[in-house]
Design a protein around this ligand. Structure first.
Ligand code: ZN
Length: 284
């Protein structure tokens, strides 16, 4: 099952057609309200009629527009840990993307600095919340998966010693997600995860390469934080980010970034010069 945000309203997607879930079933219309009522919604959705309204891709918003918590995991693919100069971690390294950065699947993002970098990621969305969720029950708490981009301003990220991640990854538009929320059963095992910059592949891996898989992440995060319906978990990026290229390659105006996961679809993110492009940490 695929759930989308069409013009701010939750919609079930069948092929290229949409069904408004409030008009048809009384859930929502806000996608967050659908996630808050996830168990009842999924029971209804099993027998919902197919969509009949053509989907305009430009009207798709973030499937989970206002998560209360957004977790993100660093160094969760061995090649990315290696290119960043670290051993694979023994425990998940977790930071947050503040929720105001969440954006949709077709966005133009303003570049706030000259070292903005890409990180394609599998994103898990929580359906039923919980605290201390055992790993073997973890997927029961996941509503579905999205493609995500963990955009990062590396100058801000690497400013301090030790570096701090969260602010650098939370400028407006720095969390593109979508195109739909696809339920767990529809994500193929070993799905390819790919990022293309202006048509050239820059990142390519399998989601099975993750050091900590989604069930373990849900279990270990919820051992500490209570998880809430609609929370997002960015699960880390494969190798091939721009600041590890020689020479480094950062995003510039008019670049087109495509982020793709087999079975989930893709995001198209474009960039434009920001009014604050001269922004430098410490000069605000
Ligand atoms: Zn990341």
């Amino acid at each position: 099952m695929r759930l989308a945000n069409v013009g701010g309203r939750a919609a079930l997607i069948t092929g290229d057609r949409a069904l408004d879930v409030f008009d048809a079933g009384g859930f929502g219309p806000d996608p967050m309200a659908v996630l808050a009522d996830w168990t009842a919604f999924t029971e209804w959705a099993r027998s919902a009629p197919p969509g009949s309204v053509p989907v305009d891709p430009d009207r798709l918003g973030p499937p989970v527009p206002r998560p209360r918590q957004v977790f993100a995991v660093a160094l969760n693919y061995p090649p990315h840990a290696a290119e960043a100069g670290f051993e694979p971690p023994a425990d998940p390294l977790v930071f947050t993307k503040f929720p105001t950065c969440i954006a949709g699947p077709r966005e133009t993002v303003e570049l706030p600095g000259d070292r903005v970098d890409w990180e394609v990621e599998l994103v898990a969305a929580i359906g039923r919340g919980g605290h201390r969720i055992p790993e073997e029950r973890a997927l029961d708490h996941v509503a579905g998966f999205l493609v995500g981009q963990d955009l990062s301003e590396r100058r801000v990220q690497l400013l301090g010693k030790p570096p701090q991640f969260s602010l650098a990854k939370s400028f407006p538009g720095f969390g593109p997600t979508g195109p739909h929320l696809t339920t767990v059963d529809e994500l193929p095992g070993g799905a390819a995860i790919t990022c293309l910059l202006n048509g050239s592949v820059v990142q390519s891996a399998s989601i099975e390469d993750m050091i900590f898989g989604v069930p373990e992440l849900v279990s270990r995060l919820s051992a500490i934080c209570a998880l809430l319906p609609g929370d997002l978990i960015f699960t880390g990026t494969p190798g091939g980010v721009g600041n590890r290229m020689d020479p480094p390659r950062y995003l510039t105006p008019d670049d087109v970034l495509i982020s793709r996961i087999d079975g989930l679809g893709e995001l198209t993110t474009t960039f434009r010069e920001g009014a604050d492009r001269r922004f430098r940490p410490g000069s605000a």
